[in-house]
Design a protein around this ligand. Structure first.
Ligand code: DCP
Ligand code: MG
Ligand code: MN
Length: 354
């Protein structure tokens, strides 16, 4: 009621509560009793907190807050808004749009076209739509790919990959980046960064990754390709330095707490990084994306430029933004050194949430 609302203003979670309340109001309007109740309970819990809740895990530890709501609370705390709300607030939320947007690699453009063509369900799409291979995988494995991966399972999957990799080349080093490196208890996918001492270009790692992918596919560990490893294009990032797909821990593997692993398809990314760019790549692929944005912004404020390959002295531009000097590489290989050059205190991966 009104009394609660005036008290909310002093609450450290005021903005989060406000956004969650709008979602709750929306679900009330569309008679979604189950979600209305879930939101109400979460709001009640947040009102009782005396400190700001900023991460999914903090939120999840509180009473009456599930994983999905916890992740929304983190999103609001990080960005001050909830993307969901942007299309939930106008006309009634289109259930089909919501469903389609959760298909791997499907954006609003694609989803709206399907809706205009009269498709409403995943069944409609499978039977009537003209689908790309990836879209078909995204639909056939819809539930799998929308399920978060528990930390323990990532550890088991990574152990499997590392064992195979070491047999192919003992000098290659692998590390799990992304939300796993930030310490998250669950992740949307597995981001594996691949590097090797003495390398200056990701092209030098392509033959290794080709072999690794072939081996893991033969063993039944890799089950689908979403973005293949293309021939390296000199001077270009992008295709050539990454492989995206799906994996599953073979049923006979018992590294998963001694039990047979759950046979859920998981999203896995391999990223090839030469030693000379390892530090910048670690920062980029550890994230989160909002932390990365703030680091890039900071670099540009200090007359520098940060990307996934290095920290550069900003290019000087004259009239019509024509380059006067090329950006000079300041540091690429050393993560800590990049923080130093930017003049920011070192932050452990677990502290890089916003
Ligand atoms: N990244 C970024 N900007 C993007 C996409 C990614 O800066 N638009 C960086 C930061 C991410 C990292 O790449 O942390 C890995 O991308 P993921 O999409 O795998 O994101 P996370 O691993 O952080 O989260 P999730 O648990 O959903 O995989
Ligand atoms: Mg990830
Ligand atoms: Mn990823």
């Amino acid at each position: 009621g009104t009394k609660d609302k005036s008290a909310d203003a002093q609450n450290p979670n005021a903005r989060t509560i406000e956004v969650l309340q709008s979602m709750c109001d929306y679900y009330t309007r569309v008679n979604d009793h189950w979600r209305t109740m879930a939101y109400r309970k979460a709001i009640t819990t947040l009102r009782r907190q005396t400190v700001k809740i900023t991460t999914e895990d903090e939120a999840y530890r509180l009473p009456n807050i599930g994983r999905r709501l916890a992740s929304k609370i983190e999103e609001i705390a990080c960005t001050n808004k909830l993307q969901r709300l942007e299309y939930a607030s106008g006309e009634p939320l289109d259930q089909a749009l919501e469903t389609f947007l959760k298909i791997y690699d499907v954006g609003t453009g694609r989803a709206n076209k399907w809706i205009a063509q009269g498709f409403r369900t995943l069944e409609d799409l499978l039977q009537k739509a003209d689908l790309t291979t990836n879209q078909r995988i995204g639909i056939e494995r819809y539930d799998d790919l929308n399920t978060r991966i528990p930390r323990d399972e990532i550890t088991a999957l990574f152990t499997y990959v590392k064992r195979e990799a070491a047999q192919l080349d003992p000098n290659v080093e692998l590390l799990v980046g992304g939300s796993y490196r930030r310490g998250s208890e669950s992740s949307g996918d597995i981001d594996i960064i691949v590097t090797k001492k003495g390398t200056n270009s990701s092209a030098e790692l392509v033959p290794f990754l080709e072999e690794l992918v072939a081996t893991l596919t033969n063993k039944g560990f890799l089950v689908a390709v979403l973005a293949a490893l293309h021939a390296h294009r000199p001077g270009k990032d992008g295709p050539g330095s990454k492989w995206h797909g799906c994996c599953v821990l073979p049923a006979e593997d018992h590294s998963f707490g001694g039990k047979a692993a759950p046979q859920i398809w998981r999203r896995i990314d391999f990223l090839l990084v030469p030693e000379s760019e390892y530090g910048a790549a670690l920062i980029y692929f550890t994230g989160n994306d909002i932390f990365n944005r703030s680091m890039r912004l900071l670099a540009s404020k200090k007359g520098m430029r940060l990307n996934q390959r290095g920290l550069y002295k900003e290019v000087m531009r004259g009239k019509n933004r024509i380059k006067v000097t090329e950006g000079e590489l300041l540091e690429g290989g050393d993560e800590k050194r990049i923080f130093e050059l930017l003049g920011v205190k070192w932050r452990e991966p677990s502290e890089r949430w916003c």
